[in-house]
Ligand binder design. Structure first.
Ligand code: NAD
Ligand code: LMR
Length: 329
């Protein structure tokens, strides 16, 4: 029986809602697989360390065979020392009536020191997923402060939007989510995102042949793009278990790869593909092979899609200008 060295996984905001829905699944092996032991590092602000310690006690009480140890910390340098996978969840969620971009001034400041700490001490194979909102621009900030880490290791979560789009299309077409291929979320994890089914198929048939354009415009796109606000309204709190599930999916796909006949969506640092300015963290159709994301090249982008992608990218440019004005990059 092999006894591999545990993978060090650092989760920030460990005492929060998403943290509580995430940590037990990581420790159970759902994220990195049934043969990979994990050592958890829980990073919290000092006033939430006690609550995080409570969560650590519960993790112990699960007697997970793959859980090699837990440290609860309030110091970013210690928390990211030797880290292989970093899940940057810790940040304030929005409340009813706010857009995610409104959180920039409240949350942006968190990601500079965390980027610096990752740069200073993380393992050479570090993979970073930013969940805390506004996720794309927070990832941009963190990456900007980690000049020694390859930019493609910084990602932002749009997998929840991707999963939401799969669920909506499956329900509309009376199919199963597994029947769907080649859906894409483009742009920002915000209401301007573009859930694109122009390349999608359902059991091999083009999705555009199965749903009418009016449903796509009036129902599908707004339902996916505004789902976060709808959850906040219904639950009185922002999505937590579905967000944690999407984070597990994102890292699992990153580590194990996409299936040969599909792609997924992730916020990655743009290389200029599809006219998205280089350096912005934008959602794209992506595949993963050998632990590295690649933007799917050469897709045809029709005129309506172009306008929607441009609008979301314009918002990312505005957010970049805002963080520059705040002195965060
Ligand atoms: P929460 O308020 O329940 O928990 C946030 C936790 O982060 C708190 O325990 C807080 O103490 C901690 N924290 C704050 N600053 C920190 C720091 N500097 N270092 C470490 N920890 C810190 O919030 P939540 O519901 O868990 O949501 C967390 C974030 O995730 C929010 O910004 C939310 O908007 C975002 N989110 C993103 C997505 C997505 O799809 N990208 C989905 C859902 C939620
Ligand atoms: C979501 O999409 O559910 C999260 O980003 C929370 C939010 O503010 O919408």
């Amino acid at each position: 029986m092999p006894d591999p060295t545990p993978v060090v996984v650092t989760v920030t905001g460990a005492a929060g809602q998403i943290g509580y829905a995430l940590l037990f699944r990581i420790a159970s092996g759902a994220m990195l697989g049934p043969d990979t032991p994990v050592r958890l590092r829980l990073l919290e602000v000092p006033q939430a360390v006690q609550a995080a310690e409570g969560t650590a006690m519960e993790l112990d009480d699960c007697a997970f065979p793959l859980l090699a140890g837990i440290d609860v910390l309030d110091d970013a340098r210690a928390a990211f020392d030797g880290t292989n996978v970093a899940l940057l969840v810790g940040a304030r969620p929005r409340t009813a009536g706010m857009e995610r971009g409104d959180l920039l001034s409240a949350n942006g400041g968190i990601f500079k020191p965390q980027g610096e700490a990752i740069n200073a001490g993380a393992a050479d194979d570090i993979k970073v997923l930013v969940v805390g909102n506004p996720a794309n621009t927070n990832a941009y900030i963190a990456a900007a402060h980690a000049p020694d880490v390859p930019k493609d290791r910084f990602t932002a979560m749009t997998r929840l939007d991707h999963n939401r789009a799969l669920a909506q299309l499956a329900a509309r077409t009376g199919s199963h989510v597994d029947d769907i291929r080649h859906l894409t979320i483009w742009g920002n994890h915000s209401a301007t995102q573009y859930p694109d089914l122009t390349h999608a198929t359902v059991r091999g048939t083009a999705a555009t042949e199965l749903v009418d354009p009016e449903w796509v415009e009036r129902t599908f796109i707004p339902t996916v793009a505004k789902r976060g606000a709808a959850i906040i309204e219904a639950r009185g709190a922002s999505s937590a278990a579905s967000a944690a599930n999407a984070a597990i999916d994102h890292v699992h796909t990153w580590v194990t790869g996409t299936r040969a006949d599909d792609w997924t969506s992730a916020g990655v640092v743009s290389d200029g593909s599809y006219g998205v300015p280089e350096g912005l963290v934008s959602s794209f159709p992506v595949t993963s092979t050998g632990g590295a994301w690649a933007i799917v090249p050469g897709l045809e982008v029709d005129e309506a899609s172009r306008a929607r992608i441009d609008a979301s990218v314009a918002e990312l440019v505005e957010e970049r200008e805002a963080v520059r004005a705040l002195g965060l990059v």
